[in-house]
Design a protein. Structure first.
Length: 235
């Protein structure tokens, strides 16, 4: 009987020792600087215990976008909060530092149609508009468009000062590359996508906006909008 008691005390002692070691390892600070092998880091971003080093997360990928200027430049959003860029046609990916930009799976990023270094994207689940002017390395908030961006960020390919984006209840237009926005009278419902008819006159662009409530068309560069659902099934 005594031997069983002794064995039980030894077992409990080992368990306590193991728990102490586990607590010490979890409570110790993460390696910094020369304490570990160097990892990829966004220039200028603060050093933290963990650094993103590639495509991961275990979640789904949404809202892919490709630059029309450089088809090798791509972006995609993960539902585990990471935004990834590829500069070689999708062969390799790097995560944007979360302090610069977090993923938004409801709004596709917009690549400037004439300058590959300029990228617009919705930041985080709140969907605040941000822009990068150095190929995705650094990001800053821009414009007065409401949070909660949906659908996509679109440009007039020939006159990129004209931009379109949407929210859960409407469509917004900018004529100065995203610095100022106004709500478009007409389109309603959660925004889905946009189309610019390049065969129309540049000063009176024919624009289309699709939302969950229908399709709208503008014949005058976004000043006025009318429904364009004749012939389409309801819903």
């Amino acid at each position: 009987m005594l031997s069983y008691v002794l064995r039980g005390q030894v077992f409990i002692g080992w368990c306590i020792a193991a728990l102490c070691l586990l607590a010490c390892s979890c409570g110790s600070p993460a390696p910094r600087g020369g304490d570990s092998a160097p990892v990829a880091r966004v220039p200028g971003a603060p050093i933290e215990g963990w650094q993103p080093v590639g495509l991961s997360g275990g979640g789904g990928m949404f809202a892919p976008a490709i630059s029309s200027v450089d088809p090798d430049l791509m972006a995609i959003n993960c539902d585990m909060s990471g935004v990834y860029l590829s500069r070689d046609g999708g062969r390799h990916w790097g995560m944007i530092h979360h302090l610069q930009l977090r993923s938004n799976t409801r709004c596709r990023p917009g690549f400037h149609p004439k300058d590959a270094d300029i990228i617009y994207a919705a930041h985080g689940w709140a969907g605040k508009l941000k822009v990068s002017r150095d190929g995705g390395r650094h990001w800053e908030t821009i414009g007065n468009v409401p949070d909660g961006l949906c659908g996509e960020i679109a440009f007039d390919p020939d006159r990129p000062a004209l931009m379109l984006t949407g929210t859960w209840d409407g469509v917004y237009l900018s004529r100065d590359e995203g610095r100022h926005w106004r709500r478009c009278e007409g389109p309603s419902g959660e925004a889905l996508s946009f189309f610019v008819d390049r065969t129309s006159p540049p000063d009176r662009r024919r624009l289309f906006a699709a939302t969950k409530e229908g399709i709208w068309r503008s014949q005058d560069g976004g000043s006025g909008w009318r429904r364009a659902t004749v012939g389409l099934p309801e819903g």
